[in-house]
Design a binder for this molecule. Structure first.
Ligand code: FE2
Length: 217
């Protein structure tokens, strides 16, 4: 089954024009979905010569595999990015806020670190749940197919490529990051966090009843 555009375009955001997201969602995110399908179709048809000529400097297969991860991560990160926009920006009452406060010593300290990571990255700053230590981390990526940590689930990705903010803020990335925070829907981030961190097995065994509450109901 080909991949499809699953996440709708957020509209009427505070400080971020619909025009920005019409381009960002309609051309760029949609483009990643289409390119992922195209690469997978080409991979299904590689011939013995393509396999025999595999080469780390350049080869047809190398180009496809490089494009595959760039398109896949572009699709996945934009799906979460657009999904968690459209809220009030208020994280109060969420499980993920409890974890953030535990990890960073308060929401404002987290926001300061996350925004600084957004200023330091060339592509993405990503709040992710890492099951290898059971903690939230902020990871940065200069390209969307580099810098990811295997097994970690992105629950709050901040796109800092210039296409995300240049129409609205010019080169003022800081103001874009502030606007991003004001538009976050923390109920969606919380759902992603509880799903990622939940250790429930399919038969209902669970070591984290509180976090799994939403999943059980
Ligand atoms: Fe983007």
């Amino acid at each position: 089954m080909p991949h499809v555009v699953k996440t709708p375009q957020p509209k009427n955001l505070k400080g971020i024009l619909d025009k920005t997201n019409e381009i960002h969602h309609g051309k760029l995110y949609t483009g990643y979905v289409n390119k992922r399908n195209e690469v997978e179709e080409r991979l299904a048809k590689v011939n013995p010569e393509d396999l025999a000529s595999g080469n780390q400097t350049y080869s047809f297969l190398r180009g496809l595999k490089e494009g595959e991860t760039f398109a896949a991560n572009g699709m996945i990160l934009h799906e979460v990015f657009f999904d968690v926009l459209g809220g009030t920006g208020d994280p109060a009452g969420t499980h993920v806020l409890e974890e953030i406060e535990k990890e960073w010593g308060g929401f404002e300290k987290f926001k300061e670190m996350f925004a600084a990571c957004g200023m330091s990255a060339r592509g993405w700053a990503i709040l992710a749940y890492d099951p290898s230590d059971g903690k939230l981390h902020i990871f940065t990526a200069d390209a969307q197919n580099q810098g990811g940590v295997w097994g970690a689930t992105p629950i709050l990705p901040l796109d800092v490529y210039e296409h995300a903010y240049f129409i609205d803020f010019g080169s003022d990335r800081k103001s874009y990051i502030n606007a991003f925070f004001e538009n976050l829907d923390w109920s969606k981030i919380d759902r992603r966090f509880t799903q990622a961190s939940c250790c429930c097995s399919p038969n209902g065994d669970c070591d984290c009843q509180d976090h799994c509450h939403d999943n059980h109901n």
